[in-house]
Ligand binder design. Structure first.
Ligand code: F6R
Length: 608
């Protein structure tokens, strides 16, 4: 979604803000803007397109202003054009704001402000905030922001500047991310930490309703009534390299290759020497796990696919019924909750609006909620009773890769602990699975280091108009993820189907020009897949199989085989998805597309 950067310091702010925006560009990028206080006057530059356009319009240097704001926009209200790009100012041009999120009652506010003589320059919901602040600015910027909050409905984070108070930036949040960075003689606002990681890794996580006044010397925080608040500073364990490509051509490729480390870190300290899973850090005690009657999993996109993969493992290993739904459906379908239902919200960013809403709903109805997230202190952690962190490190490529496999690994740990607590499987078998899971990062490393036919396959098929993905069981869930990866970065239409369903419709799509990707690892459903593959071949379509090392049968059935190391079939989705990530990556690359920033997509979706 949109990205905000604010700076109050002693150095020229323009290059710092532009660089911060560059690091947030992954959040959304159809237009961008910057405002600086130059000699008591607000100087605003906006541009449509990605950040190169803003760099061209603003130039990287040449300003001595030490206070300013920047924004990258991903349009929700109002088309991506120059007028709708942030920052937005008031009638006087003395107040300027950048906003992330939605002001739900903006139409009413716009009408009221219009009746009081305000003139609007954009179609956005955000602009009303600048005009509301203008009405209260006589009391100073901080008080004006506090007064404005009383009029707003919605979920937002915004920052404001006033030309009359050139040393400060004021920011606030309500269910949208905004974090403070604490530097030496300089302070930052950002929607996400990478924006200021070059300058500091000391942060202050804010709570909803906090109103923060930043000066070069520090931050003053108060509540909406003006009562001072104290918020702790923490140091995040990321270094700035995380926001760099480190020799890879793209973030996506770098992140694909970071999967062994992401998996190792996610498993670290959670698997005992004897192979038993220890999740005591999460606070889910065995008694509670034993009492559970049902699990709901809610998530969106790739996180949903991780949930779907592990829903099979939880039912098969722990014998607890699992229902899984995309969060945008779940939240409106009036689900039946209960104290014995664990609701698991999976969201790597911890910010996805629909997932957060579903978690909130569950909690309000009395169900315990577990968040599985990659972001410390994110909103998801506040909406949950328990938090299971993936430790994949910062992911910048819009297409999720390492966070996905880390989610699967973290949730497999949960499946194993559930099975242990409920005593439904022989302990020796669970320990064996624990040992096998510990070996998976090493297997992923080997897989990534192997010579493979993926680039050649990508070259052969990158101009095809359609790809079908087929699998069964967990392999079907992996197909959904592989198909999503390909469509989102190459724009080739794809369909992922449960292989057994193929003859109920999608078989009509098959012809010689439609490659079919089959996830056919060694699992109990492999023999069933063989007949599906025969059906595909009979229609003249080429089969690209993802299969387990040593499976001789598959070579005869497929034009190409992408081999993965042998492991227990419950763990295989961590391996089988990797050739699919790489296939999508190389196809998109051969089409000349920007894989890190696919069109229309944003890394975090903070609106419904
Ligand atoms: C696709 C992708 C998205 C996200 C989805 C949920 O590659 O990244 O489908 O998985 O937007 O995001 P989180 O996990 O942050 O809730």
């Amino acid at each position: 979604m949109c990205g905000i950067v604010g700076y109050a310091g002693r150095r020229p702010g323009k290059p710092i803000i532009l660089d911060g925006l560059r690091r947030l560009e992954y959040r959304g990028y159809d237009s961008a803007g910057i405002v600086l206080i130059e000699d008591g006057v607000l100087q605003t530059t906006r541009a449509v397109g990605n950040l190169d356009a803003l760099y061209a319009a603003a130039g990287a240097n040449g300003s001595q202003a030490t206070v300013g704001l920047g924004h990258t926009r991903w349009a929700t209200h109002g088309r991506p054009n120059h007028e709708n790009a942030h920052p937005h100012d008031d009638c006087s041009g003395r107040v300027s704001i950048v906003l992330n999120g939605i002001v739900e009652n903006y139409k009413e506010l716009r009408a009221e402000l219009g009746a009081r003589g305000h003139v609007f320059k954009s179609e956005t919901d955000a602009e009303v905030v600048a005009h509301l602040i203008e009405e209260h600015i006589g009391d100073g910027l901080t008080a004006a922001v506090r007064a404005t909050l009383a009029s707003l409905d919605g979920h937002y984070a915004f920052c404001a500047l006033s030309a009359d108070e050139p040393g400060i930036v004021v920011g606030t949040r309500d269910e949208c991310p905004l974090v403070v960075g604490v530097g030496e003689g300089e302070m930052f606002f950002a929607s996400a930490i990478p924006a200021f990681l070059t300058h500091t890794s000391t942060i202050i996580a804010l709570e909803d309703g906090d109103v923060v006044t930043l000066r070069a010397e520090g931050a003053q925080i108060c509540d909406v009534a003006g009562q001072p608040l104290v918020r702790e500073q923490t140091v995040v364990p990321w270094d700035d390299d995380a926001a760099e490509k480190g020799g890879y051509e793209t973030f996506m490729l770098k992140e694909i290759h970071e999967q062994p480390a992401a998996l190792r870190d996610t498993l670290a300290g959670r698997l005992r020497e004897d192979g038993v899973v220890d999740l005591s850090e999460v606070g889910l005690d065995d008694e509670m796990l034993r009492r559970l009657r049902r699990i709901f999993i809610v998530a969106c996109g790739t996180s949903y696919h991780a949930g779907l993969i592990v829903s099979y493992a939880i039912e098969q290993l722990a014998r607890v019924p699992v229902q899984i739904d995309v969060a945008s459906e779940f939240r409106y379908r009036e689900p039946v909750f209960g104290a014995d239902t664990l609701v698991i919200g999976i969201t790597q960013s911890g910010e996805t609006a629909d997932t957060l809403a579903a978690m909130r709903l569950a909690r309000a109805a009395g169900s315990p909620v577990l968040a599985v997230t990659n972001l410390m202190g994110s909103q998801a952690t506040r909406e949950a009773d328990y938090v299971l962190y993936t430790r994949a490190g910062l992911e910048i490529g819009v297409a999720a890769t390492k966070t996905h496999t880390a989610q699967v690994a973290a949730l497999l740990l949960l499946a194993l602990r559930l099975a242990w607590a409920r005593g439904v499987m022989p302990e020796a078998e669970l320990k064996r699975l624990g040992h096998e899971l510990r070996a998976v990062p090493e297997q992923v490393e080997q897989l990534l280091a192997r010579p493979s036919a993926i680039e050649e396959i990508a070259r052969r098929y990158h101009d095809e108009r359609f790809f079908l993905y087929l699998g069964r069981g967990m392999g079907f869930a992996v197909c959904l993820e592989g198909a999503l990866k390909l469509k989102e970065i190459s724009y080739i239409p794809t369909e992922a189907y449960a292989a057994g369903e193929m003859k109920h419709g999608p078989i009509a799509l098959l012809d010689k020009e439609s490659p079919v990707v089959v996830v056919a690892d060694d699992s109990p459903v492999f023999p069933k897949l063989v007949s599906n593959i025969e059906e595909v071949r009979a229609r003249g379509a080429d089969v690209i199989a993802v299969a387990t090392d040593g499976n001789e049968a598959i070579g005869e059935l497929s034009r190409d085989v992408l081999w993965v190391p042998k492991c227990d079939h419950h763990l295989a989705p961590i391996l089988t998805v990797i050739p699919l990530q790489l296939l999508a990556y190389h196809i998109a690359g051969m089409k000349g597309l920007n894989v890190d920033q696919p069109r229309n997509l944003a890394k975090t979706v903070t609106v419904e």
